[in-house]
Design a protein around this ligand. Structure first.
Ligand SMILES: Cc1cc2nc3c(=O)[nH]c(=O)nc-3n(C[C@H](O)[C@H](O)[C@H](O)COP(=O)(O)OP(=O)(O)OC[C@H]3O[C@@H](n4cnc5c(N)ncnc54)[C@H](O)[C@@H]3O)c2cc1C
Length: 487
C-alpha cells in the first residue's frame, strides 16, 4: 500500500516547508502545532499597535527562499517583496566609536583599511575565499542526505575540506588575516547565528561574511512574520491542514512503525510522521526508550547553542540614531563567549544586538514610534530570578553606547529568555538555537533526519543537517522531501 497521509508535528519553518514540499508531491498533510499560532521561533507578537518578529530578523541567502517557491511551482515575488537593507548594520565598539557595513563593498574595504594597514587587500582576499566556500558548500555539501560517515570522511571531502578550512577554527583563521580587534569582531560575530563561539566553529563558516557583506541583508516587507504568513497561505492553497493549540503528548507505535500522534484532544493517524518539534523533546518525551535515536547521556555530551535574552520594546518616539540592525561589541569579547560555553553565568558586559525594523517599515509601529528588539546570547539553563533587573541594566548600557534615551519612553516592554523557550517550544534546557555548529555537530554529525527504530518517522528543523537558521530549515526540508520518496 502506498504511503499517503503525513502528520507533521510543529509549525516552525521546518514543519511548514516540509508540509508544503510533501503536499506538492501529492501527500495529504496535517500539521499539529502546540502553540496558538504557527511560525515557531519566528512567531510574531503584537501589542499596542507594535509588531515584533520574536525570532529571526536577518533574511539571508535569498536564493534559497526563491528556489523553494520554484520547487512548489510558485514565485516568491507574487507573495512578498524584498528590499536590501543599506547600511546593512552598524557596530558600536564603545567609547563613542561606531562603524557601518554598507551595500557598497568598496566602502567596507576602505573601512578595513582604516582598521589596519593593508586591511582592504586582506578583506578582499577573505571575501573571495568566503564566496568560494559558499559556492562549494551550496554545490557539494549543503543539500546532501548524509547517511554514512563515508559520505563525509572521504578523499573528496578531505581535499575540499582542507580548501574550505573545515578543520581550522574561525578565530585562528581570522587572526591570520587581521590583528585589529574591530576587524576580528566583525568577522567572528556571525558565529552567534550558528549558535557557536568563534573558538569552536570551523573556519569554513567564514562564508557568512560573504552573505552579509556581499550578497546582502534583506527585509521582507512586513518582516519575517510575512514569510510565515505566506507559508501558511500556501498551506491553504495546497490543502495542508494546520491544527494549532494542540500539543502532541505521545507518538503511538506498533511493530516498529509510528501509527499516530496523541494530543489532549484526540489522535492523528498517518503513514508518515515528520517531527519539527525540538529533537530532544520528541525523543525523550514523546517516544519510548527503545524507539529513540539518542540517549539522555548522548545529549548531555553535546555542545548546546546559546539561549537568547530578548527584550521587545515599543518606544513612543522616533529614534533616528539607530539603524535597522545595530550591534554593540564588547572589549571583553572572549569573556562573553566563555560565559556561554565554558563557565555559564550572566555576562557583565555582553555583546548586544538591537533591531529596529520600524526604521525601514512604518507598518510595524504606530506613527511616531519605533519597535526595538534587543538580544543578548546567554548560556542555556541559567537561574532567571533577576532577569528583569539584568535586562534593564543591559538596556541602560545600550543607551549609553548608542547615545539614545529609551527607558523613559517605553509603551511596551517584554523580557523573554530561556525558560520561555522551554515553555513555548519544549526547547532542550531552554536553548533558543538547539545544537551549536561545532565540527563534530555539523553535516553527518548532526542528529539524524531518520529515526532508526521507527521506519516512518523523520525529523526536520534546526537540529538536523544543515542546521540553524531560516534558510537552513528550508534546505533541510528539501532533503527530507527527497528522502521520503513518492506517495
Ligand atoms: C531570537 C532568535 C533570532 C534568530 N535570528 C535569526 C536570523 O536573524 N536569521 C536566521 O536565518 N535565523 C535566525 N534564527 C534561527 C531561526 O529562527 C531558527 O533556526 C528557525 O526558525 C528554527 O525553525 P525550526 O522549524 O527548526 O524550529 P521552531 O521554529 O522552533 O519550530 C518547532 C515548532 O514545534 C512546536 N512544538 C514543540 N513541541 C511540540 C509538541 N509537543 N507538539 C506540537 N508542536 C510542538 C513549537 O511550538 C514550534 O512551533 C533566530 C532564532 C531566534 C530564536
Amino acid at each position: 500500500m502506498s504511503v499517503r497521509r503525513v502528520v507533521v508535528v510543529g509549525a516552525g519553518f521546518g514543519g511548514l516547508t516540509s508540509a508544503l514540499l510533501l503536499a506538492k508531491k501529492g501527500f495529504e498533510v496535517t500539521i499539529v502545532e502546540k502553540n496558538s499560532e504557527p511560525g515557531g521561533r519566528a512567531r510574531v507578537w503584537q501589542e499596542k499597535g507594535f509588531t515584533f518578529d520574536m525570532g529571526p530578523s536577518w533574511y539571508l541567502m535569498p536564493e534559497v527562499f526563491d528556489n523553494f517557491f520554484e520547487t512548489i511551482g510558485r514565485k516568491r515575488s507574487d507573495y512578498y517583496q524584498l528590499q536590501r537593507i543599506n547600511p546593512g548594520y552598524r557596530v558600536y565598539f564603545g567609547e563613542g566609536e561606531k562603524v557601518e557595513i554598507t551595500a557598497d563593498v568598496s566602502q567596507t574595504l576602505a573601512l578595513f583599511e582604516s582598521f589596519q594597514a593593508g586591511g582592504a587587500a586582506r578583506l578582499r582576499k577573505y571575501l573571495d575565499i568566503a564566496r568560494y566556500e559558499y559556492e562549494v558548500a551550496m554545490r557539494e555539501f549543503m543539500d546532501v542526505d548524509y547517511r554514512s560517515l563515508l559520505q563525509f570522511m572521504n578523499r573528496k571531502m578531505l581535499v575540499e575540506g582542507l580548501k574550505l578550512h573545515v578543520f581550522e577554527k574561525l578565530d585562528r583563521y581570522v587572526a591570520r588575516f587581521f590583528t585589529d580587534r574591530r576587524a576580528q569582531q566583525i568577522l567572528e560575530y556571525a558565529t552567534v547565528f550558528l549558535g557557536s563561539s568563534p573558538h569552536d566553529t570551523p573556519a569554513m563558516y567564514s562564508l557568512m561574511s560573504h552573505l552579509d557583506m556581499e550578497q546582502g541583508i534583506f527585509y521582507p516587507d512586513g518582516g519575517l512574520g510575512k514569510v510565515v504568513d505566506t507559508l501558511v497561505e500556501l498551506c491553504g492553497e495546497f490543502g495542508v491542514e494546520i491544527v494549532t493549540g494542540e500539543p502532541v503528548t505521545k507518538v503511538r507505535t506498533e511493530n516498529s512503525l509510528a501509527k499516530a500522534v496523541v494530543t489532549p484532544q484526540g489522535e492523528y493517524t498517518a503513514d508518515l510522521f515528520v517531527m519539527n518539534a525540538d529533537y530532544h523533546h520528541v525523543e525523550q518525551d514523546l517516544l519510548r526508550p527503545g524507539e529513540r535515536n539518542y540517549s539522555e547521556s548522548w545529549w548531555s555530551r553535546k555542545t548546546l547553542a546559546p539561549t537568547l535574552m530578548m527584550m521587545y520594546l515599543g518606544v513612543n518616539k522616533r529614534v533616528p540614531e539607530l539603524l535597522h540592525h545595530n550591534l554593540s561589541f564588547t572589549a571583553q569579547w572572549e569573556k562573553h563567549f566563555d560565559s556561554i560555553f565554558k563557565n555559564p553565568a550572566w555576562p557583565e558586559n555582553p555583546n548586544i544586538y538591537v533591531s529596529c525594523t520600524s526604521r525601514t517599515d512604518p507598518t510595524v509601529a504606530p506613527e511616531g514610534c519605533e519597535n526595538l528588539v534587543l538580544l543578548v546570547p546567554l548560556a542555556p539553563g541559567l537561574d532567571e530570578t533577576d532577569r528583569e533587573a539584568y535586562a534593564d541594566a543591559i538596556l541602560a548600557q545600550f543607551e549609553e553606547l548608542a547615545g539614545v534615551s529609551l527607558r523613559n519612553n517605553l509603551l511596551v516592554k517584554r523580557v523573554y529568555a530561556g525558560s520561555d523557550y522551554l515553555k513555548d517550544y519544549n526547547a532542550y534546557k531552554g536553548s533558543a538555537l538547539g545544537l551549536s555548529h561545532t565540527l563534530l555537530q555539523t553535516a553527518i554529525f548532526r542528529p539524524s533526519m531518520r529515526n532508526k527504530n521507527l521506519k516512518n518517522l523523520f525529523y526536520t528543523g534546526q537540529y538536523t543537517h544543515p542546521g540553524i537558521g531560516v534558510p537552513m530549515a528550508f534546505i533541510g526540508s528539501k532533503i527530507l522531501a527527497a528522502a521520503v520518496g513518492e506517495p
